[in-house]
Design a protein around this ligand. Structure first.
Ligand SMILES: [Fe+2]
Length: 430
């Protein structure tokens, strides 16, 4: 190529041309991911399959679904390039860890509840007889601590509008407003979790045989929904903390969700391996992709962020293993082969130990317009949903994610079992 030709090419603002092309064409989508479709704004297609219980909740909450549901942000607002998407939440602000100074005995929360049921020894608690919308700040702080300790907390039979759900999320951190996924109309920050809609709107290919193949190798097999073990929003500068999924349409049987504890996954490791991992960092990627401004024709790339592999939780002070199969890409400071081997082992520690997991059976509420809430700490857990209902019964939910602190590792912090005085016996290792 002659110098003249090179100069001419460089003179064309390729990124702007590509952006204009994408934004002006009906056939081109902005943003790339497992839940992508080409609709922007309210989607009429969703109304065809909207469950009655969801419709009732939305209408009673004053959500306008006359033009369609759910809604994606307007195409002009969805970022095209990586640098724009990365910069969305790069600003500095003070994050308040609500659980940090809460009453460790949680008297205000437990005292008002009718019943407190632990699902397993260390993971999962259900609270009976309380409405989330009625909690006062003291109870919300105690709930934040309970979630941090127990990983996930459940509330059945809740009357909860999407707006109130967002308000709760903004109390526990800054609620994430996703730049491109489906949301409740007019309430950015309340994401819609609705696999039935992904199948209907853009033909997500989901079958009994393929729905969890990503659990083998998420880099080789398509991740087709929430069946694969994962953590939400790990690529953020401040990744997700408290996350609240409210299901307002639930199959009579099936669609359970499982959670696994990151405190316990860390404690499953030998003390010498823990020491090796302490202080290591890893690269975490986004679920959605964006174009590289300098090389837009190379296709979508995911946002990458570096965080500590072992983190310390600001409220409990416990160390936890921060990895997940779909979005932890590589460990820094070791070779790529070593990184793959170590990460695969760490993923399996999370996924294969039933004694560090809880499986929750969602049940439809007998009261119309009511739903069930799961509130978990995405820092200290992974989750996976079962698709055994195979879409034959509706499952629809709204999710609000509170972004937490900039991740850190405190070498002085303890593990959960160390702090609770539980056995770390290693006799079977040798
Ligand atoms: Fe998720």
């Amino acid at each position: 190529m002659s110098n003249t030709a090179t100069l001419k090419l460089e003179a064309i603002p390729v990124d702007k041309e590509v952006e204009n092309l994408i934004r002006s064409s009906d056939k081109l989508s902005v943003g790339f991911g497992q839940t992508e479709n080409v609709n922007y704004g309210p989607d009429p297609i969703g109304l065809d399959i909207l469950p009655e219980s969801t419709r009732q909740r939305l209408v009673e909450s004053g959500i306008d679904i006359s033009k369609g549901y759910p809604s994606r942000p307007d195409k002009s607002l969805v970022p095209v390039f990586l640098d724009e998407a990365t910069a969305i939440r790069d600003d500095d602000y003070e994050y308040i860890e609500r659980g940090k100074n809460a009453d460790p005995e949680k008297k205000a929360l437990f005292g008002a509840a009718k019943e407190v049921i632990n699902l397993t020894k260390h993971v999962g608690t259900e609270i009976v007889g309380l409405q989330l919308e009625d909690l006062n700040d003291k109870q919300k702080d105690e709930l934040a601590l309970l979630v941090a300790e127990r990983v996930v907390v459940f509330f059945r039979d809740q009357k909860l509008s999407p707006q109130k759900q967002l308000e709760l999320g903004d109390y526990w951190g800054r609620a994430e407003r996703h730049p491109q996924t489906s949301q409740v109309n007019g309430v950015p920050g309340v994401s819609v979790i609705w696999v039935d809609y992904y199948r209907k709107s853009y033909g997500l290919n989901l079958t009994f045989k393929n729905n969890a193949l990503g659990n083998w190798d998420a880099t080789k097999h398509t991740v087709r929904g929430p069946q694969v073990w994962h953590t939400d929003l790990v690529h953020e500068k401040r990744p997700s903390g408290i996350t609240h999924l409210h299901l307002d349409a639930i199959p009579n049987v099936g669609g359970d969700t499982s959670w696994a504890s990151g405190y316990a996954a860390y404690d499953k490791l030998s003390e010498s391996f823990k020491k090796f991992l302490d202080g290591k960092k890893a690269v975490y990627v986004s679920a959605h992709g964006y174009l590289d401004r300098k090389n837009p024709f190379s296709g979508p790339k995911r946002i990458e962020r570096v965080h500590p592999l072992v983190r310390t939780h600001p409220a409990t002070g416990w160390k936890f293993l921060y990895v997940n199969r779909t979005m932890t890409k590589r460990i820094l400071g070791v070779s790529s082969v070593e990184s793959d081997l170590i990460l695969n082992y760490l993923f399996e520690v999370y996924e294969k130990n039933a004694d560090i997991q809880a499986r929750f059976k969602w049940t439809p509420s007998s009261k119309p317009g009511y739903g069930t809430s799961a509130i978990w700490d995405n820092r200290v857990s992974q989750h996976s949903a079962a698709w055994d209902h195979e879409g034959n019964e509706s499952r629809h939910g709204t999710r609000v994610t509170s972004l937490a602190e900039i991740p850190y590792f405190d070498p002085e912090s303890k593990s959960q079992r160390e702090d609770l005085g539980l056995s770390l016996d290693e006799r079977d290792f040798f």
